[in-house]
Write a protein that binds this ligand. Sequence first.
Ligand code: NAD
Length: 281
Amino acid sequence: MHEIVEKERLNEEMTRIEVKAPLVADKIKPGQFIVIRMHEKGERIPLTFYKKDEDKGTIQMIFQKMGKSTHELDTYEEGDEILDVVGPMGTAAEIEEYGTVVCIGGGVGTPEVFPVAKALRNVGNEVIVISGFRTEDLVVCENELDKDCANELYITTDDGTYGREGFTTDVLEELIDQGTDIDLIHAVGPPIMMKVIAGITEEHDIPTRVSLNSIMLDATGMCGSCRVEIDGEMKLACVDGPEFDAHKVNFEELMERITMFEEQEEEALENWKEEHEGCCG
Ligand code: NAD
């Protein structure tokens, strides 16, 4: 059992939890993820690792209320326990001295960018972070990114209510147009954002890696549900990734596959909400 030692609702959609998991905290690295199962009947859900405290034996995640399980997780309070926390899963982000690295986080992809950008800066890279949200209320991690990760930080909102108006990709294009010498791009967020980024950077020959959010069940390479096409070959996001060369990803297929169970996901959420009427939004 893994106690939730801290819980903070960051906005209407996103919640940060700090969970006791000393063995995971000991080993997990930027770019990796964990899988949790809340209780005996719970489904396995992958969550991206955000922060850890090895002395306290805790890890932190920021999740977005999307389907049934994340809505249920959001009802857990400090002191409640999660049955299983499995990890570290996936391969860690490659952290080397590249020169100038632009880290791009789209919405709830931003917390994944945080540990990666921090590690990249710690080994001597010049780190530019671009983080985009739909609107001001959804902005998260700004202070941490500013303090610990970014030599330069740009926040964008689609509706212009905070930071610069527009998408993360608008700032990226501006940087490229200004002649910024970029050695690497690390991007995490909605597949459409990563696809647009891949298109821009391929044109400019900028090495780009993306962290893919395909549907996962066991997350150990057995079920194949997270398969993605990379350079014409089938790979598993859970064990071969989640990070891949953006220029080799078949984004069309990825986008099709992640919406494959939309109807069932909506139905499961509706049923769960009916059963738990009044508990949540
Ligand atoms: P969102 O729809 O609010 O978009 C966030 C930002 O992405 C926007 O503000 C914008 O800057 C950019 N964006 C969106 N559409 C774009 C387009 N057409 N062109 C250019 N830029 C665009 O995102 P959200 O609701 O916060 O969801 C974040 C996504 O990140 C989800 O799809 C989630 O599955 C994914 N995610 C991935 C990981 C991972 O490790 N791979 C981790 C967490 C979240």
